[in-house]
Write a protein that binds this ligand. Sequence first.
Ligand code: ADQ
Length: 759
Amino acid sequence: MTSTNPAEPQRQLVVVSNRLPVDRVTDPDGTVRWQTSPGGLVTAMEPVVRDLGCLWVGWPGNVDEQIEPFEHETLRLHPITLSTEEHEGYYEGLSNSTFWPLYHDLIATPDYHRPWWDHYLTVNQRFADVVAEQAPEGAIVWVHDYQLQLVPGMLREVRPDLTIAFFLHIPFPARRLFGQLPWRRQIIEGLLGADVIGFQRVQDALSFRWAAEHYADAHANGNLIVVPETADEPARAVLAQEFPISIDTESLESLAADPAVRARAKEIREELGNPRKLLLGVDRLDYTKGIRHRLKAFAELLGEGDVKAGEAVMVQVASPSRERVEAYKRLKSEVEGTVGQINGQHGTIGWSPVVYLHRGFPRSEMVALYLAADVVVVTALRDGMNLVAKEYVACRDDEHGVLVLSEFAGAADEMTDALLVNPHDIDGLKSSFLRAMHMPAAEQQRRMSALRHQVKEYDVAHWANSFLRAVNHAADERERLGRGSDEDGGSRIPAPVFIPTSLDSALRRFASEPNIIVACDFDGTLAPIARRPKDARILPRAEEALSALQGADGVHIALISGRSLDSLRATGVRTDGRVLSGSHGVELTGVPASSNPGNDPLSDEESSMLRRLLRRLRRVFGDEPGVRIEEKAFGVAVHTREVRNDQRSDELLAAAVELGSDEGFDARNGKRVREFTVRHSDKGRALQAIREQLAAPILFFGDDVTDEDAFEALGPDDIGVRVGDGETAAAERVPSPEAVAAALARLAELRTGVVIGAS
Ligand code: ADQ
């Protein structure tokens, strides 16, 4: 019962979903047994937990029934009991008559009934209580889908030791649609109880981040959502990102290679009268799947003579679904009526244009159908992913067959070599059907080969591993924070970063200026402080954000460091195309600043002053453990970062200042450093020189006392951001270089639309 991948820490796994992954069946001899149930969620999760084993909490499928926990293969199943009223309110009501239509673009009208919400609360609480009681200490709890959106929040309240993950199998609604929900705040807060929230598409993750900012007191930085601190908990980061689900490609391929299955495929075609073309649709009987649209298109093709009698058969497998929900009852009678009409109108004694199968089939029969089909039609009006599209491709080792795929299915993001269709456009759908039926073999092969490549590489193991890797990172991060360790977690997901709302608003305003200057100190700002200055490196996320900004129109990047420019370049930070200011403003490149004191070489007098100071400093401190003397273009710095004892460091720095003053130098104070220069400038003057040349508002990040000169030089249109504690003239403050990286990523996203994650 552990989480995936041998490389990951071994944590126990608990899966929570509305339905248990098994159905109870009674054999003709009266024996009762459990068998794996069909459906998208189980199909995807089954291979993930098959070898791993886990505790799985869910409803077994019958109301008012109390079933003791039991084992099935590698799973330990813990059934949840639902009463008839709860089932009606929580499942048929709020889940399937409110969330389902709302999250699927209002294909049907959602009903908002307050008593349903009460049931939803009660049932979610029951699931959370059982998990809270059963989950081992420190386990990963993976909650699935729209029926259980409150469980993460409820669980976090009572079991803060757990790492909680949530995966939404269906789409997350576009901004304004979600706003209809009377309980939108509660849903967002419930979901934000998770450490990682997975979505099918990028668009879903973006819509959720927007909703989190607007309907809860949360704040999105790229793919991280920062939930502010409460009385009980410090601020935390939640990763909200797309993890497109997939299928067990290998096991389908091996089924498809089974001679018995291949023989069955042949038999199916024969049973259908060996039509020239076999079109196949496989769906739960659901109004989101666009079954009526595809039947309408097919009927028109028959009516207009584009498909001739006996030429083609459309097999529609429609597995029974939610049969007590009104909209589904209506759909069933509509679909069955349409099938009857088509067959009545166009069929002949030996040929039914549509074969409608309203029941579940074993996997091998499904694969035989995929092998038999010339065209698979997926015409969903909205679908989280759609596994059928991927299954068909996985089975077609022969690289024949055509996939017609709705652009409103999540699968369309990845399966761009399918014939993509807008199912609302019936004429377009008809053309695509005809194109698919008459597609030359070479084109079929080209498309199918590309599609197969995709589903082989991105299979369900890839999905589960990447999701669980993110969850394990979150668990590591929680442990690290719990231990109070200060090791660098900057490049991990999710890093605990926080951007204050006031800074976010300032960034929004700043991002919309036509020209902007983004200026950053280096050590302690873009790069975490390293023991030895030569080991300091810019955080990858900060570099990625700066580079994205640099590529945008009207953006100037400036690095404003106390280091000499040589030492700044030696850290490997990107410097091309950037304004560089080194040695506290004395050196300046990238702008033609004639007034800059660093433009003239050292005079003889300056050189000899510097040499004398350097010689004396070396003589006095050269052998002192932990002290490092740095020669700069226009001065010298004495660093004591490696001196173990704070008091000793203070004494050494005081002695250096005295020595410097003997030689006629004033010292500049920094964190565990004193600097002496023969030329005088500061970061404030450097910023002024840059502004004179570039004439644009400035955003400046800095962490040290020497950065205060820069903050003081800023005007009303500029933004100063101090990193870390200490008195400051800056209007904004962030806690760490990781937060600087997050703020830069935010600015890059606002300016360019590119999302720069923390990974
Ligand atoms: P579903 O809406 O159930 O899943 P889908 O992704 O197509 O949709 O998965 C259906 C699964 O059930 C497929 O594996 C299919 O082979 C199987 N199936 C369908 N009819 C069957 C039948 N009659 N007999 C046997 N098997 C049958 C939800 C979301 C989807 C998302 C999945 C996974 O709505 O968008 O892709 O979860 O996240």
